[in-house]
Design a protein around this ligand. Structure first.
Ligand code: 13P
Ligand code: SF4
Length: 307
């Protein structure tokens, strides 16, 4: 598409957004053209909070399905639209209702702490949700020593290491994007950019995470970089975040840790899809009433904790 076409499309999107009293939310991994048209860009926790507090009638959620479901759970009376239908998260799909039922039977005294990267049905069966920004804090604060943590084994390992007094039973799911970062890439990046700060997402493998200067969520990385005196940063998360890091910190330098790692679901949404979402009010997130209520209790429990 030519630039002129894109500019015109953006104008139409703004017009429709205004007419329908809609808000566009985008995750930090979305394509630059989507980040530019969004009202808010953020990590899972920020977008969940925004969804809960917006006074718009309609939320166009540019991210993956579980994120749009979270928005619906927190704003059940609003129309929540996902501009593409096939934007799943394989990590979220790695645990089923049957898996969790079995786990709960095996560990009846455990509190179930569920990463937001899960389906609404799994959230509905959980005691409390967490995001990468607050997982350690949430598990620390739950009133139980024994915790079932799902579905990410790497984030679970990070929680376990930070809270040695808790017994954390971790589901063996993982994110195929973050799983690709290697220790060799860490050594190479550190020798190429010796004065850099190494920021790593907790979905990366423990052997990679151990070399991090900072382990945090995508927006945690943005906040750290903004206030840091360092000039050069190596980024161990999905490549989309680097666009925002560069835009907001034009005088600092950013390098991907090894080859850029891409989440294909996050890259599927284009401007035309956002336009169609607004025009035809597609694809609407619909959830079972009981699932919605139970999942909301788990997410609200998370939002009560500081994170
Ligand atoms: P953040 O909450 O850190 O943005 O992470 C979401 C995610 O899906 C990471 O892969
Ligand atoms: Fe899921 Fe990984 Fe993509 Fe995040 S980066 S949405 S965890 S597949």
């Amino acid at each position: 598409m030519k630039n002129l076409d894109k500019d015109r499309l953006k104008q139409h999107i703004r017009q429709l957004k205004h007419e329908k009293h809609a808000v566009i939310l985008a995750h930090n991994y979305q394509l630059p053209e989507i980040q530019e048209i969004a009202d808010f860009v953020g990590d899972s926790l920020e977008l969940a909070r925004l969804s809960a507090n917006t006074d718009a009638d309609m939320i166009v959620f540019c991210g993956v399905r579980f994120m749009a479901e979270t928005a619906k759970i927190l704003s059940p009376d609003k129309k929540v639209l996902l501009p593409k239908e096939d934007v799943g998260c394989p990590l979220a799909d790695s645990v089923t209702v049957e898996d969790l039922l079995l786990l709960k039977q095996r560990h009846p005294a455990a509190v179930v702490v569920t990463y937001v990267n899960t389906s609404a049905e799994i959230k509905a069966m959980s005691d409390v949700c967490c995001t990468s920004a607050n997982a350690v804090e949430v598990v620390r604060n739950v009133p139980a020593r024994k915790v079932i943590f799902l579905p990410d084994r790497n984030l679970g390992d990070w929680v376990r290491k930070n809270l040695p007094d808790k017994e954390v039973i971790v589901w063996p799911g993982y994110c195929y994007v973050h799983e690709q970062f290697t220790v060799d890439e860490v050594h190479q990046a550190k020798s190429q950019h010796p004065d850099s700060v190494l920021l790593i997402h907790p979905e990366c493998k423990p052997e990679v995470v151990q070399f991090a200067d900072v382990v945090t969520s995508t927006s945690g990385m943005l906040r750290y970089v903004k206030t840091s005196d360092s000039q050069t940063f190596i980024i161990g998360t999905e490549e989309g975040l680097i666009y925002r890091l560069k835009k907001e910190n034009p005088n600092k330098r950013f390098y991907s840790l090894g080859t850029p790692k891409v989440c294909f679901s996050m890259k599927k949404i284009r401007l035309m899809d956002v336009y169609n979402a607004l025009q035809y009010e597609q694809y609407e997130i619909k959830l079972d009433k009981k699932v919605l209520t139970d999942a909301r209790n788990a997410i609200t429990a998370m939002l009560k904790y500081k994170g």
